[in-house]
Structures are given as C-alpha cells and as structure tokens.
Design a protein around this ligand. Sequence first.
Ligand code: SAM
Length: 284
Amino acid sequence: MQLTNISVIRDLFERHGFSFTKSLGQNFLINPTICPKIAEQGGCKSGVCALEIGTGVGVLTQELAKRCDKVVAVEIDTGLKPILEETLAEYDNVEVVFADVMETDLKALIADKFGDSEVVVCANLPYYITSPVIMRVLEERLPVSAMTVMVQKEAADRICAKPGTRDCGALSCGVSYYSDPKLLFKVNRGSFMPSPNVDSAVIRLDIKPDSGLDVKNEKLFFRIVRAAFSQRRKQLINPLSAELKLDKQQLSEIFAQCNIKQTARAEELTLQDYAKLCNRVCDK
Ligand code: SAM
C-alpha cells in the first residue's frame, strides 16, 4: 500500500472515519523519498530494533519494519488503530502501543520489548513535544545508540548549534552534552499533508557513552547553563550571581580562575567552560 499517495490516504481516512487533530501535530509525510532516507540514515538494519514515536498512518513504520528486526511505535491517537491494523498487516515485527509518549516509561518499554538488542529511535516528531521528547531520551540515558528525528527547521538549527557559537542555547548545550548532533537534510513543507507553515529537517543525534567532561555535579551544571541562557543578552555574571546566590566579586574570581572573560555572555562559553565553572562553584 503506497502510504505517500494522497488518494490512498484519503480512502483510508474515509473508510475508517478518521480526521486530523491539529493539536497532536498530525502532519503526515507524503513525499515518498523521505521515510526510506530516515530509516537508512537512522541506522535501521538487521540486528537493530527501532522505537518510533507517532505512527500516523504508518508510512515511516513500514520503512523501519522492512529494515529492522523489530519495531515498537508509541502513538497517542487511538483513532488510527483500525488504519494501522490495515497498513501494517503484512509486518509481523511491528507492535503499536497506544499511549502518550510523555506518560510512558520508555526505559521499561525498551527493556521489555527489545531486551539487549541495539535500539535506535526514529520519528517524525509532533512539533509540540519536540524538545521534551529529545531531552527525555537523553536525560534518562535510554539505552539507544542514535535518535534520528524530523523536527521544524528552526528547532533543528537550534538543536545542532555548537555550544560557544552565536546560535546556541540551553537546548543545544543539553543535546551536545549527551550526543553528537548532525543536521542530515532539509524537508520542504510541501512534503506533508496537511502542509505546515514552516519547513522541517531531519537530524541525527549519536548518543555519547559519556559526556567526556569532568562534571562534579550534573544538576548544578544544567542549572548554570539554564540560568546563563535565561538572560542571554546580559553578561553572564548577572544571571549567575542571582541563580547561585553568590556575589559578583566571588563570581568574578571564579571566572578568572576558569579563564572566562568577566564580560562574557552565555553563548560565548563552550561546554568545557561551563564544566570548569560548575566545578569551581562546587568547590566554593
Ligand atoms: N510518522 C507519521 C508520518 O511521518 O507521517 C506521523 C508523524 S506526525 C508529525 C506525529 C504523530 O505523533 C501523529 O500520528 C500524532 O498522533 C502522534 N502524537 C502526537 N502526540 C503524541 C504523544 N504525546 N505521544 C505519542 N504520539 C503522539
């Protein structure tokens, strides 16, 4: 069944009485070249299992199922159930779990469904939970080797910006702490039904075994990063002094010990700088 063919999709919708729910970010892929690329570049192959978030009518699910040993997909909309029963009928290595991914214990799901196999995450993410889903996979240190996801183009740029460069933010720092992010390719808004108002991009995050940074207190590290970017136009010393309840004189000494400019702004610091800063604050 050609799930990128608009007539096929319309027929499925009509027969099963399905209509789009905009608030669930339901923009389904209709460009036939995209899903095979996501699956290929996402590392789907024999010996690997895939976790998908948001099946839609199963257009990406099918491509994952063709290449991987097993696919488990989490989909919130039970209205898609009869459609997926039809579109995924010929794949006996796919299981769809109808649940809200934000309420799902993904670590337990992965252990239960995939055991010790290598797991990749592949998804065309609903735009309204892009960052929380990505950060959950990373912060919970789910046992996955890579996460290849479609996100809005602006989000892709922010996520892939290198810490220490102008476009970076707290999200890029978080992502780079846990993974090596790469922008794989852009996807035009016309590739979706219905067509959204913005273009998209596919990114791949290769999960690092560890951050490679010697951070004494991860919680404090992320508190510092978040506080720094909460007022990114201001000199770093101001928001940090408020967040850490240290006076500016004390912070100024810590900055000097870390070779950080007194006038530095959040985006000028690399992850190594934030790690040094965090460790010095820990020692205080
Ligand atoms: N993979 C399909 C495709 O590429 O055409 C659908 C992608 S569509 C952008 C996002 C999908 O995520 C929709 O099927 C939507 O119902 C589902 N979704 C939205 N919020 C969700 C949530 N909280 N948990 C699980 N699935 C969700």
